[in-house]
Every structure is written in structure tokens, then in C-alpha cells.
Design a protein around this ligand. Structure first.
Ligand SMILES: CC(C)(COP(=O)(O)OP(=O)(O)OC[C@H]1O[C@@H](n2cnc3c(N)ncnc32)[C@H](O)[C@@H]1OP(=O)(O)O)[C@@H](O)C(=O)NCCC(=O)NCCS
Length: 164
């Protein structure tokens, strides 16, 4: 089987380390990734806001966070948090790791740790990769809504997903 076959990669997850934050910040600052995710920070280059955000979420016992390591490098992160009173999942993979099935595999692993159901997710209507990651892990689209996307500077549609 090819090494970049989507079903062949099997990632593991681990607890976040302080040293992972440098990679997460680099991933957040990537303009293509920021555009794709769309509903992102006002200023992805603001390190002070980034540090404050990560300090807050790492101290919140209700938020489940994991680093996605690939070959000893930090490929990205995945999280479960509360959004509008409902449990939601989100993830971010560094561009150098895209298209190898990393997000698909990471979410599969994460769903073994995070067992709350229903579990919700959102993706910008044109974030095809993220939509596929969700669908391949059993999430089904339940609706759509409009919201202001900082990375686009305007309102765009966001698809809503649910895993039962
Ligand atoms: C979205 C994201 C998580 C996908 O990660 P990934 O590891 O590349 O995803 P996978 O390799 O598991 O691919 C999942 C599917 O998306 C497809 N895909 C990957 N990149 C794609 C792209 N740029 N355009 C269209 N489809 C793409 C793959 O072909 C695969 O589908 P398939 O199995 O039908 O072939 C990653 O691009 C990312 O982190 N982007 C920036 C942040 C973001 O958008 N986070 C999610 C917010 S909702």
C-alpha cells in the first residue's frame, strides 16, 4: 500500500507539550490554511492573543486537546470544546502534512477518546477537505448557517455536522 494512501496512515495522539505551541502558531499563521478554515482569529499573527488563547484552553478541564505527531514532528492539533452549549470538535493540520490522511486518521483516533454523542462540527461551505474528514468519520450534515468569517472579511456559509 502506498505510504500516502488515506487509509494507510495511522496517527497516534498525545497530550500537548509547551514546545508544540511554536508549530501550532506557525500553522495558524499560514495564510492558505487561515483562508480555508475561514472562521479564524481576527489577527492570526498576534502571538500575545495566541498565547493567551492556548493558556486559557489548556487550563480548561472541560476542553480535550491532543497533539498529532507524525514521524516525530508536530503535524497539528485536535480539540473538543463547547460551542453554543454543545460539544464540538475542531482540528488543524500544518500544510506540510496535508493530503496524507492525517486529519482523517487523527479524528478517528480522537473519537475513541471523546465518546460524547451527539458530537458536532462545522466547516466553511468551501472547505472540501474538512468536509471529507468529517464525512469519512461518520458525521452527517444537518444544516447550514451564515457567519462572519474573519479570514474572508465577510459573511459566508458554514455547514453544520453531527455525529450520533
Ligand atoms: C482541512 C484539513 C484538516 C485536512 O487535513 P488533511 O490531513 O489534509 O486531510 P486528509 O488528508 O485526511 O484528507 C481528507 C480528504 O480531503 C481531501 N483533501 C485534502 N486536501 C484537499 C484540498 N486542498 N482540496 C480538496 N480536497 C482535499 C482528501 O482528498 C481527502 O478526501 P478523499 O478521501 O475523498 O480523497 C487541513 O487542510 C487543515 O488543517 N486546514 C486548515 C485548517 C482547517 O481548515 N481546519 C478545519 C476547520 S473546519
Amino acid at each position: 500500500m502506498s505510504t500516502n494512501s488515506y487509509d494507510s496512515i495511522l496517527v497516534s495522539l498525545r497530550e500537548i507539550r509547551d514546545s508544540d505551541l511554536e508549530s501550532f502558531f506557525a500553522h495558524q499563521m499560514d495564510e492558505e490554511a487561515d483562508y480555508m478554515a475561514a472562521f479564524t482569529k481576527k489577527d492570526p499573527t498576534d502571538r500575545v492573543a495566541f498565547d493567551e488563547h492556548w493558556r486559557r484552553i489548556r487550563n480548561d478541564k472541560k476542553i480535550i486537546l491532543r497533539t498529532i505527531p507524525v514521524n516525530g514532528a508536530v503535524a497539528g492539533n485536535i480539540a473538543q470544546f463547547e460551542m453554543f452549549g454543545e460539544p464540538e470538535v475542531g482540528y488543524w493540520i500544518g500544510k506540510e502534512f496535508w493530503g496524507q490522511g492525517v486529519a482523517t486518521s487523527a479524528l478517528r483516533r480522537f473519537l475513541e477518546i471523546v465518546t460524547v454523542r451527539p458530537l458536532f462540527a462545522r466547516a466553511a461551505v468551501d472547505n472540501i477537505a474538512s468536509i471529507r474528514v468529517l464525512e469519512k468519520n461518520g458525521f452527517r450534515q444537518t444544516g447550514k448557517e451564515k457567519g462572519f468569517a474573519n479570514a474572508r472579511g465577510k459573511e459566508i456559509e458554514e455547514l453544520l455536522f453531527r455525529l450520533n
